[in-house]
Write a protein of this length. Structure first.
Length: 80
């Protein structure tokens, strides 16, 4: 990975959930997105355990799926 640090992917609750629990393809797409856009991303809640979700609530509209990321990258490439 060129831009993403493992430390960016940890549950803020302090549990054992971290980078290794993330989908490898998702991390690669995020890294590619940083490369294409030239914009650093700040992950404020990159991964959460069930307990953390229960504590803070989950808004499904804010979670971006891997498919959506691929579509966004394709659109960005089209307009470069």
């Amino acid at each position: 990975m060129k831009y993403i640090e493992r430390s960016e992917f940890r549950c803020n609750l302090g549990c054992a959930l971290k980078f290794n629990n993330m989908e490898a393809e998702l991390i690669q797409v995020l890294d590619l997105a940083r490369d294409i856009t030239g914009v650093p991303f700040k992950f404020t809640s990159s991964i959460r355990c069930e307990e953390h979700n229960a504590n803070v609530g989950v808004n499904p509209l804010v979670h971006i799926s891997l498919d959506v990321l691929w579509i966004l990258l394709l659109l960005i490439k089209m307009y470069e």
